[in-house]
Write a protein that binds this ligand. Structure first.
Ligand code: MG
Length: 506
């Protein structure tokens, strides 16, 4: 991109090297989770750490630092994009200038090892095997929080890495507002006749071959407008999206032979992340304005496609004939209402990624509280399974029979991503807030019913995607909706949708 200020132009040239290295590192990470033979984990850790070392050196480069200082001095004279470039670079600089280089490299090495350790521990349901890795990552994260600095809570420093300006206090406010409302809604749903009738509704005794599931996923992704010339779909145990370049945004999914719904939802979820990245203004590529602005806004895009579209009655009515053409005999005896309720069955379950829209944020509330306590030394790593199970009982009324289905279920801690989980809830809240505005300008229902998703995508392109990281997440949501993050819209949406499905007043 071209800028007015020669200082910013030079900064962009220098920054491009950081962006390119970051993408090479992301490719190593993608390959680690999609392809890597287990014996290669040690060497992959070394390779990734080397890239991290190069990136750190680029950030610490004297000329780059001097240019950034000059950029900050010129700030008032700069245009909007240039100011955002400086602001985003300041965020990166705050991390790299304050956290010692050796610690950044160590974190990279330890996370590569921890990922493989976590995968093994989960497979063999052996939490103890993962404890040393988790302790090490937690120690590093606490040191990072201290180095980066915070006002109230060390957890704030980590939250801010994923969502700028997010604090433990804000999360506490959000969850103390949301959690009681959701548990109340859940209890009402559990008491409804429809809930009881649904008990026997299941297709898990049927087989849904992987190749058919894959064809449906590809169909839905094409409908959404995902560009397969600028991305690809692979299988990974824990699905994710990787932006390896503006023209190479890859998604991963997984298939379960007894569940035809999950792979559709995963494809739409990861597809939503990918559409965001594919839709960022191309001139921002390899600049500090490239890429989605925060994990919360990112998750609003994935959850929008997964839930507001994918689990809506309107889109289901469009998709149903397609599903029946693939699974004629498997779905044969079920009515459309019954198949639709399989997509929206509210059940307090053990697994976050399988959770319905009502219970999902309760899974996040639990993780937020545990992380906050871990970072503040209020609980010990060894006690995690016990703490986990107690909170599951409290919030969801269910207790995992194994750690694999409990405390070991998520990949995040093996990445040292403490502070990441709350952004999922932010995404749900932002998503509902954005949908409300979109609905004032076009009828999501009518378009979804006809499978005309291109207008929906263009709206998102114009109002969210194209801006990349030009605005802070807080400013972006205000720009889109005219107000700050407001959990009300999510609660209203849940009450309306699930009140209808469960035929009760919520
Ligand atoms: Mg996601």
């Amino acid at each position: 991109m071209q800028t007015q200020s020669p200082t910013i132009q030079k900064l962009l040239e220098k920054y491009k090297e950081i962006a390119l290295l970051g993408k090479m590192g992301a490719l190593l990470g993608w390959d680690l989770e999609v392809n890597l033979p287990i014996n290669a984990s040690q060497s992959r850790a070394e390779q990734s750490a080397y890239i991290t070392k190069l990136i750190t050196e680029k950030w610490l480069d004297v000329e780059f630092r001097t240019l950034l200082e000059e950029g900050n001095k010129e700030l008032k004279k700069l245009g909007e994009e240039e100011q955002s470039i400086v602001r985003n670079l300041n965020r990166g600089a705050n991390f790299y200038y304050k956290v010692p280089k050796d610690l950044v490299i160590k974190l990279s090495e330890e996370t590569s090892k921890a990922f493989m350790s976590w995968a093994k521990a989960r497979q063999s349901d052996d939490f103890k095997a993962f404890v040393p890795n988790l302790k090490s990552l937690l120690d590093i994260s606490k040191t990072i929080a201290d180095k980066v600095g915070y006002k109230d809570n060390p957890y704030d420093a980590l939250l801010d890495l994923y969502e700028s300006d997010l604090t433990a206090k804000m999360c506490t406010e959000i969850f103390s507002n949301l959690t009681p409302k959701l548990t109340e809604i859940l209890e009402k749903i559990k008491g409804s006749d429809v809930y009881k009738k649904q008990q026997s509704l299941s297709v898990s005794d049927k087989t849904f071959p992987q190749n058919k599931q894959e064809e449906i996923s590809l169909f839905v992704l094409r409908k959404m407008g995902y560009d397969f010339n600028a991305g690809r779909l692979n299988v990974a145990p824990h699905p994710f999206t990787s932006e390896l370049d503006a023209n190479d945004v890859r998604i991963t999914t997984r298939y379960k032979v007894n569940d035809f719904i999950e792979s559709i939802m995963v494809a739409m979820h990861e597809g939503g992340h990918a559409l965001y990245e594919q839709g960022v203004s191309k001139e921002y590529a390899d600049t500090p304005l490239g890429g989605g602005v925060s994990l919360g806004i990112h998750e609003s895009q994935s959850r929008f496609w997964e839930n507001q579209i994918g689990r809506s009655r309107a889109f289901f009515d469009y998709l149903s004939p397609v599903l029946r053409s693939y699974y004629h005999s498997e779905l044969g005896t079920l009515s459309d209402d019954e198949v639709f309720s399989l997509f929206n069955k509210v059940r307090p379950g053990l697994i976050r990624v399988e959770a319905d829209e009502v219970t999902y944020n309760l899974h996040i509330a639990l993780r937020f509280e545990i992380e906050k306590a871990l970072i503040n030394d209020e609980i010990k790593v060894e006690d995690l399974p016990e703490v986990w199970n107690e909170k599951m009982k409290e919030y969801l009324g269910v207790v995992p029979e194994s750690n694999a289905n409990g405390v070991l279920q998520d990949v995040h801690w093996s990445h040292a991503s403490f502070g990441y989980f709350p952004t999922y809830t932010l995404g749900n809240l932002y998503g509902a807030q954005i949908t409300r505005i979109m609905n004032q300008e076009l009828s999501i229902k009518d378009l979804s019913e006809k499978g005309n998703l291109d207008q929906i995508l263009s709206w998102l392109r114009d109002n969210v995607h194209k801006f990349g990281s030009l605005y802070t997440p807080g400013d972006l949501i205000e720009k889109i909706s005219g107000e700050k993050l407001n959990p009300r819209y999510f609660v209203d949406y849940i009450k309306e949708k699930y009140g209808e499905i469960y035929e009760i007043r919520l």
